[in-house]
Design a protein around this ligand. Structure first.
Ligand code: SAM
Length: 283
């Protein structure tokens, strides 16, 4: 069964009387070359966790490279569809549920015996950031996270300091992973076509974070503060969020060789790390 063929998709739609849910971000991929790109970027050795299998087009491709694929789908209407479309894939397990409400660490332990796995997904747009954030922060036994996301989100995550796209999620992803855009995917590669283009983002999880910090909580608090009020100088952001006097903050920044009038969006990860360590000493 060719799930990249629109005629097959329409047949399944009819057979199961299926209506696509906009609210669940149901835009199904029709491009087999992109499926290959995702599977290759995931560097599958053993197991893969997929989020949101839809009709199973990516699941089917992943099952050809993996020993075991576990796919979590929130929409109960898709379970009989997946049993039909993936009938010949005996290494696929479908779990009905909301990925954001699951203990993913426990799921990986249970399904893959704690082995290092890859995660692959064509993510629903409405929850891209919470899913990526929770997967990264959970420090899972995962080597590669490969996700299709809105093109702007991929660009934001893969962006450099001081660029217009740079944000708190850029720092978070670059702290734990090495992100890169694998390819861009036009809206008409999906059915139904979304309003925006997409991109495949590969995040290779690092053995240890890209910079050393004394206190990760403090580090992320500083980053959040800096990006929450983008128009303010860093001193003003930190003064209001940390309750420290502005002059003391300005001299702390100067002692690190950082301009006291700088805005957070111009700072790289190592500068954020130095600032958070110094702030820890000041409190
Ligand atoms: N993988 C398929 C493909 O590439 O064609 C479908 C991708 S579609 C963009 C997103 C899928 O995620 C849908 O099947 C949707 O029902 C599912 N989904 C949405 N929210 C979810 C959640 N919180 N947990 C698990 N699956 C979810």
């Amino acid at each position: 069964m060719d799930l990249t063929d629109i005629r097959t998709i329409r047949e399944i739609e009819r057979k199961f009387d299926f209506g696509f849910s906009k609210g669940l971000g149901q835009n199904f991929l029709l491009d087999s070359a992109v499926l290959d790109e995702i599977a290759e970027a995931a560097q599958i050795t053993d197991g893969v966790l997929e989020i949101g299998p839809g009709f199973g087009v990516l699941t089917h491709r992943l099952s050809q490279s993996a020993q075991k694929v576990v796919s979590v789908e929130i929409d109960s209407r898709l379970i009989p569809v997946l049993n039909f479309t993936l009938a010949d894939c005996d290494n696929v397990k479908i779990i009905e549920g909301d990925i954001l409400k699951m203990d993913v660490r426990e799921l990986i332990e249970r399904e893959f015996g704690g082995k290092e796995i890859s995660i692959a997904a064509n993510l629903p747009y409405y929850i891209t950031t919470p899913i990526i954030t929770s997967l990264i922060e959970a420090k899972l036994p995962v080597r590669n996270i490969v996700v299709m996301v809105q093109k702007e989100v991929a660009e934001r995550i893969a962006s450099k300091p001081a660029s217009k796209d740079y944000g708190a999620i850029t720092v978070l992803c670059n702290y734990y992973t090495n992100p890169r855009i694998v390819c861009t995917v036009p809206a008409d590669s999906f059915y139904p076509a979304p309003k925006v283009d997409s991109a495949v983002l590969c995040m290779e999880v690092l053995d240890k974070p890209s910079v050393f910090v004394n206190d990760e909580k403090m580090f992320f608090k500083v980053v959040k503060s800096a990006f929450l009020h983008r128009r303010k100088t860093l001193v003003n952001c930190l003064a209001s969020d940390f309750g420290i006097e502005k002059n003391a903050l300005a001299s702390m920044l100067e002692s690190l060789g950082i301009d006291a009038l700088v805005r957070g969006e111009r700072l790289g990860l190592s500068e954020f790390a130095k600032i958070s360590d110094k702030l820890g000493d000041m409190r």
